[in-house]
Design a protein around this ligand. Structure first.
Ligand code: GLU
Length: 475
């Protein structure tokens, strides 16, 4: 008889428990942190296409040690309570690890977003928002949703608008949800944020010889062979930035309908264009197509980037994974059973709660922007420019006066004289977050002989921070 596979939530709990067992937590605290505080299930009807359709939605609040609680809303037919609770727990640990001041939450609606047109989706989303709002499960001060699989800027704009209509006197209404379009109070750089965070995480990894050595890697990202699973928002941006800016070779992209391979590197923008035009990767001329997508996870490469869904690497395929480094761009792509097998094989894993924290980090910047009612850099940008100009003019005067006749290169002058705009500030804040969090994880990983992987290190950092909050609250 086949053994039942470990559920996503059990997987997260097992990883948590392992890390907690290495720490000295006050009695009962481990349990308090681990359990999910509440999960609300709602079933609501919407009249569409001449009949009432009933939808099931969830919003799970894992930990309220900090408020608001934060986490995306997923639209998928696979959404269920176990999954939403696992994802909410990951949000708690993720926020703690990268020091964004939120508790963890997650939501989901069991729906196939492709089965409905835009107008229908809008009605469903607005109705779902109403149900969440009635229970304070969407609120700038208590619970702030964001995009996740199957949702994006469009859904967030509908939610923000629906919330505003229900709470016209709330001056902070815009901050009820993040990941909105710029025109509805969003922030530059939020769409790319998770993929950008994956790139920043890898860049930081490649700055540390000692951690690279543990994975059997050396050198830089240039020329490294990368396999990417899922060319959605996260996978696309990660693959695009890694290939275009760091000169990594994306040798394989796995999608719903199959896989494209090209040992010389796939043109990611062209592939995305093809997917948009045809609905899949089949027929793409920039590489070889084959149907067995999941097998391609086992392709030999340097870096494997699972950027699709949870539990794609489990005890069945873990032993055949043939890379040096896995960066978990998706939430929970490696099960607890697989994790042990991969560790045995010497494969290093950059864990989800760190690797994909770029999204919630930039969500935090967006939330702050909404509360402060001003875009980032608006006050200081021209001031910075004026000061830079003063410096450049003084240097030019000095060089002329002393007969040195230096000229600053045009490119330098232009870059130096332009004050940072919102996008640059967002990227800078994200880069800083990814670098600092990596250092914290690394410190625990390298200095604690009982901590033998980066995931456990990430949990230790997160649990320590959460327990400090609980201890100071006197619970
Ligand atoms: N859904 C994203 C995640 O899993 C983003 C959450 C957020 O921005 O609140 O991290």
């Amino acid at each position: 008889m086949a053994l039942k596979k470990i559920s996503f939530r059990d997987s997260v709990e097992r990883m948590f428990t392992h890390a907690a067992s290495l720490m000295e937590l006050s009695p009962g605290l481990e349990q308090k942190i681990r359990v999910c505080n509440s999960t609300y299930t709602v079933r609501f009807g919407v009249r569409l296409r001449g009949q009432i359709h009933t939808f099931t939605g969830y919003r799970s609040v894992h930990s309220e040690h900090m408020e608001p609680v934060k986490g995306g809303i997923r639209y998928s037919l696979d959404v269920n309570q176990d999954e939403v609770e696992a994802l909410a727990a990951l949000m708690t640990y993720k926020c703690a690890l990268v020091e964004v001041p939120f508790g963890g939450s997650k939501g989901g609606l069991r729906i196939d977003p492709r089965a409905w047109n835009e107008d229908e989706l809008e009605r469903i989303t607005r109705r779902f928002t109403y149900e969440l709002s009635r229970r304070n499960l969407i609120s700038p001060s208590q619970n702030v949703p964001a995009p996740d699989m199957g949702t994006g800027e469009r859904e967030m704009a509908w939610m923000a608008d629906a919330y505003k209509r229900l709470h016209p006197d709330d001056i902070n209404a815009k901050a009820c949800v993040t990941g909105k379009p710029r025109t509805a109070g969003g922030i530059d750089g939020r769409v790319e944020a998770t993929g950008r965070g994956v790139q920043f995480a890898l860049r930081e990894f490649f700055r540390h010889d000692d951690v690279m050595k543990r994975a059997g890697l050396s050198g830089t990202l240039a020329g490294k062979r990368v396999v990417v699973q899922g060319l959605g928002n996260v996978g696309y941006h990660a693959a695009q930035f890694l290939s275009a800016e760091d000169r990594a070779l994306i040798t394989c992209v796995i999608e719903r309908d199959g896989v494209i391979r090209n040992p010389l590197g796939i043109n990611i923008d062209a592939l995305r264009g093809h997917i948009r035009a045809t609905g899949g990767v089949k027929g793409f001329v920039g590489g070889d197509f084959s149907e067995d997508g999941l097998r391609a996870l086992e392709d030999e490469c340097d870096i494997l980037v699972p950027a699709a869904i949870e539990s794609v690497i489990d005890e069945d395929n873990a032993a055949r994974i043939n890379c040096k480094l896995i960066i978990e761009a998706a939430n929970g792509p490696v099960t607890a059973d697989a994790d042990a097998i991969l560790r045995e094989k010497g494969i290093v894993i950059i864990p989800d709660m760190y690797a994909n924290a770029g999204g919630v980090t930039v969500s935090y910047f967006e939330w702050v922007k909404n509360l402060s009612q001003i875009s980032l850099g608006r006050l200081e940008r021209r001031y910075e420019e004026a000061r830079a100009r003063m410096l450049v003019e003084e240097l030019e005067r000095l060089s002329a006066d002393t007969g040195l006749n230096w000229t600053l290169s045009r490119g330098f002058k232009e870059a130096f004289l332009t004050g940072a705009d919102e996008l640059e500030l967002v990227r800078s804040g994200l880069d800083d977050t990814m670098r600092e969090s990596f250092k914290k994880m690394k410190e625990v990983w390298m200095n604690n002989p009982k901590v033998d992987d980066m995931r456990t290190a990430a949990y230790v950092v997160a649990i320590r921070r959460i327990s400090n909050v609980y201890n100071s609250l006197g619970l």
